[in-house]
Design a protein around this ligand. Structure first.
Ligand code: FMN
Length: 364
């Protein structure tokens, strides 16, 4: 019989939830809080890390001075290790990688368009490289490029998503590589954690569940929509930015679905101008980033223009508190979550439930 998890001491040797993930990240639990634009702020990251999880700060929607300030603020709030999630093909990627190195950040998260040069540089500085992938062949490519850990997101996951269900995705990806695989998409509790480990994962990564915590910066008027959502209210749409995204259906999504192509593009153009003001990016930067996304994601030109929508529409809901005119990226799991615990309550609840499940299954 293994010794139980203790929030002060972490996981003792021989515990079934002590995995290669906890060893590499140096965390007391095999739980990751993912990098969500406008949501994974220093307060949420510090809350997750202090609770025993590993938090990723979201840098993609911030200007460079804001990224530096957010890393500094996170270090003020916690002395635990944390990561920074950013886009390797966006303007400023090299500077963000340098900040990660300069600040001794433990891990770098990224997804589309991994840059071999940046990965090499980060690894040479001792940073763990943790991409998120959505298919076994992408996981293999990520491993070849030097990933230390890979998060695999199944179709139930929030934000940009694919169509392979998490249940199939985990085993297929775990079998395809030798690095630890972390399961994402649809997790909220200890039963899910044990199921993910049974399928070959070394832990779980959660977005929506952490968005719905007390430390999340998302205004209550917006999280109320997540609490109220049922399983059928979380849908996949390509109307936001041209790529399939899992969201809670709201007034904006219904309006976009009814718009003509031309008015959708004009709407995206206005959002691109707003993004320019907020992020400090120049028109040339925005165009370069849009063209990189067009190439990497094989988008049409009109899809590329639509891409400017996402950051501003997310900000509207996540920061400005407008769940009607903004969009609500969400995993299906929002349909079965109806509370907003602190990160500490959440993590200890998940660990207790995982142990209760292991006991019930007589895994000891
Ligand atoms: C509100 C929200 C914003 C997100 N923003 C990003 C992002 O900026 N970059 C990214 O790589 N993934 C983003 N994601 C995806 C998450 O990082 C994560 O992979 C996903 O939420 C996992 O599924 P779950 O929501 O079922 O836990 C976002 C997800 C949500 C719910």
């Amino acid at each position: 019989m293994w010794v139980r998890y203790d929030s002060g001491m972490g996981l003792p040797d021989g515990h079934p939830l002590k995995t290669r993930l906890t060893e590499l990240l140096g965390t007391p639990t095999p739980i990751i809080q993912t990098g969500m634009g406008w949501v994974a702020t220093p307060e949420l990251v510090a809350g997750s890390c202090e609770a025993g999880a590993f938090g990723f700060l979201a840098a993609a929607a911030l200007s460079l001075p804001e990224v530096e300030a957010a890393i500094g603020r996170t270090k003020e709030l916690t002395d635990k290790p944390f990561g920074v999630n950013f886009l390797m093909d966006a303007p400023g990627a090299e500077q963000i990688a340098q900040m990660i190195l300069d600040h001794g950040v433990r891990a770098a998260g990224y997804n589309r368009a991994p840059s071999a040069a940046l990965i090499d540089k980060l690894k040479a500085g001792g940073v763990l490289c943790v991409p998120t992938c959505g298919a076994p062949r992408h996981v293999q490519k990520a491993e070849k490029l030097g990933a230390d850990i890979v998060i695999v997101q199944g179709g139930e996951g929030g934000g940009h998503t694919g169509s392979i269900p998490t249940s199939l995705q985990i085993s297929a990806c775990a079998d395809a590589v030798s690095i630890p695989v972390v399961a994402a998409g649809g997790f909220k509790d200890g039963r899910g954690l044990v199921a993910a480990i049974a399928r070959g994962a070394a832990g779980i990564a959660m977005g929506t569940r952490f968005l719905m915590t007390a430390e999340s910066p998302v205004p209550t008027v917006t999280t109320d929509r997540y609490v109220a959502a049922g399983l059928n209210d979380v849908i996949v749409t390509s109307e936001i930015d041209g790529l399939p995204q899992r969201v809670i259906v709201n007034e904006l999504v219904r309006e976009l679905e009814g718009k003509s192509s031309l008015s959708r593009l004009l709407f995206a153009f206005r959002n691109a101008m707003e993004l320019r003001k907020v992020s400090g990016a120049s028109l040339v930067d925005l165009l370069r980033s849009g063209l990189a996304m067009q190439k990497n994601e094989k988008l049409t030109r009109s899809q590329m223009l639509l891409a400017a929508n996402a950051p501003m529409l997310a900000k509207r809901a996540m920061t400005d508190g407008d769940p009607v005119g903004g969009y609500l990226p969400s995993g299906s799991v929002a349909g079965v979550i109806d509370d907003r615990p602190t990160c500490a309550e959440l993590v200890s609840r998940i660990m207790a439930e995982a142990e209760e499940t292991l006991g019930r299954l007589q895994i000891r």
